[in-house]
Design a protein around this ligand. Structure first.
Ligand SMILES: NC(=O)c1ccc[n+]([C@@H]2O[C@H](COP(=O)([O-])OP(=O)(O)OC[C@H]3O[C@@H](n4cnc5c(N)ncnc54)[C@H](OP(=O)(O)O)[C@@H]3O)[C@@H](O)[C@H]2O)c1
Length: 287
């Protein structure tokens, strides 16, 4: 049985992957308390001792606004951590799956040959606008510099078990007759269940490189909230607002739709639409 090391195992994706992979692989599951990925010595020793075939890095500093003030901590977890894992993976010949983000792009979008805005491809130029995006991009670069057997997966608007936008909006509806939600940021909400399916398929291949991995289709946070409330028959009124009306410390991309170009070309996994994945999540979660 192949061995798979999951770091950041108490996060949304870490929890999903534990469930998904537990019958198929020998799992080595580590939370921050067992393995701080910023600790070079700890990472090297554990990986050399356990010798996993695959390492899946689910650990990251994901509080986007806090990253603006906590730049050092964000850099350590989002850049140095992946570097440590890449060097150790290279030493034992393991594959590394690392999760990155749509926030590596500036959100101004690219134009197709007709001049219409199109989703970002894996090969498009990056230009992060926030400390979170910059540190995640540094993490990507360190991996590419130190390892050949990597899968870097850029995903977006993730929700699963834990704190996330979907749960926040459901909770807000319990005490509010109306909620204001931003309607001028466009992206692709993605369930951890769908992302875990992609990872399960990918780790059996040698098709290394950068991937985009998001649910199909796109919407605004406002659209997403309307869909959640519609599916759950929640009557709270949803009021669209602009980003300018809702200032936050970190700049968000306005348009960060990713095309799963490489994944679809190789036929490795077809993501559900964001609406299908959301419906499945809400049925399963029983919220
Ligand atoms: N959430 C999103 O909307 C989103 C969007 C795009 C990409 N992503 C990426 O997807 C991945 C998974 O995200 P997620 O939503 O599952 O994240 P999450 O729920 O915030 O979980 C991240 C986990 O990493 C742990 N961690 C942080 N620093 C660590 C360190 N130095 N050593 C070990 N563990 C550490 C955290 O532990 P503590 O709680 O102790 O800090 C937490 O358990 C991340 O790489 C994230 O950047 C997420």
């Amino acid at each position: 049985m192949k061995k798979v090391l999951i770091t950041g195992s108490n996060g949304q994706l870490g929890l999903e992957l534990q469930n998904k992979l537990k019958d198929k692989y020998e799992l080595i599951v580590t939370s921050r308390a067992d393995l701080d990925i910023t600790d070079t010595q700890q990472v090297t020793e554990l990986i050399k001792f356990k010798k996993p075939d695959v390492i899946i890095n689910c650990a990251a500093y994901t509080a986007v606004d806090l990253c603006e003030q906590q730049g050092d901590a964000a850099y350590k977890s989002n850049a140095i951590g992946p570097k440590n894992l890449a060097i150790a993976a290279n030493e034992i010949g393991a594959k590394l799956v690392h999760i990155s983000t749509d926030y590596v792009f500036d959100g101004e979008g690219n134009k197709d040959e007709l001049g219409n805005i199109r989703p970002y491809y894996e090969t498009d130029v990056t230009n992060p606008q926030s400390a979170y995006g910059r540190t995640k991009l540094e993490g990507e670069k360190f991996i590419i510099q130190n390892l050949n057997k990597y899968f870097i997966i850029r995903t977006a608007w993730l929700y699963g078990e834990g704190k996330n936008f979907v749960r926040t909006m459901i909770n807000l509806s319990k005490n509010n007759a109306k909620v204001k939600v931003v309607n001028d940021q466009i992206g692709s909400p993605t369930s951890t269940a769908e992302l875990a399916n992609m990872i399960e398929n990918l780790i059996e291949t040698e098709e290394y490189g950068i991937y985009h991995g998001t649910c199909e289709g796109y919407c605004s946070w406002y659209d997403l909230t309307c869909e959640i409330y519609g599916l759950l028959n929640i009557n709270t009124k949803v009021i669209p607002v602009t980003t300018d009306e809702f200032p936050r410390p970190a700049r968000r991309p306005k348009y960060s739709v990713l095309e799963n170009k490489k994944l679809n070309e190789l036929g490795l996994y077809k993501f559900k639409t964001w609406q299908e994945a959301l419906k499945k999540y809400l049925e399963k979660e029983n919220v």
